[in-house]
Unconditional design. Structure first.
Length: 135
């Protein structure tokens, strides 16, 4: 009888908890940009930008393997310890091939304190003008 009571109480308490908040597209500020360089060059430029300016300011990038069509995706986290946790993502970067070079979709969560500066910095990184983005 005690076990049954414990099970009932466990299910009641479990029902009170809620799932972690799911990140919605409306939580992000989105910027569509293009660069006159191929995707692989834009990818390399972004990596150099994060390294040169420091991940503390612009986030910790976690790059995925390129897709068959040449698209490259990246999740950006506030720090390395939160990497891989979808609810902790600060932003995303999507680089896609375009006839004139690279088409990018840059997204930063609105609750990040310097989200507009981050979007601008990522755009500058893509073009290879890294030193212009760093304070």
């Amino acid at each position: 009888m005690k076990i049954f009571l414990i099970l009932v109480m466990t299910f009641i308490l479990a029902g009170c908890s809620s799932w972690p908040k799911q990140v919605k597209d409306s939580d992000f500020l989105t910027k569509h940009v293009s660069a006159n360089v191929p995707v692989d060059r834009a990818y390399t430029n972004l990596q150099q930008g994060f390294r040169y300016c420091g991940v503390a300011q612009y986030g910790f990038p976690e790059w995925r393997n390129p897709e068959k069509d040449g698209t490259v995706l990246c999740d950006v986290y506030p720090d390395k310890t939160s990497s891989g946790k979808p609810d902790k993502v600060s932003g995303t970067i999507k680089l896609s091939p375009a006839p004139t070079g690279t088409q990018a979709v840059l997204k930063v969560r609105r609750n990040v304190s310097n989200y507009e500066d981050m979007l601008t910095a990522w755009e500058i990184f893509m073009s290879g003008r890294v030193r212009e983005a760093c304070p």
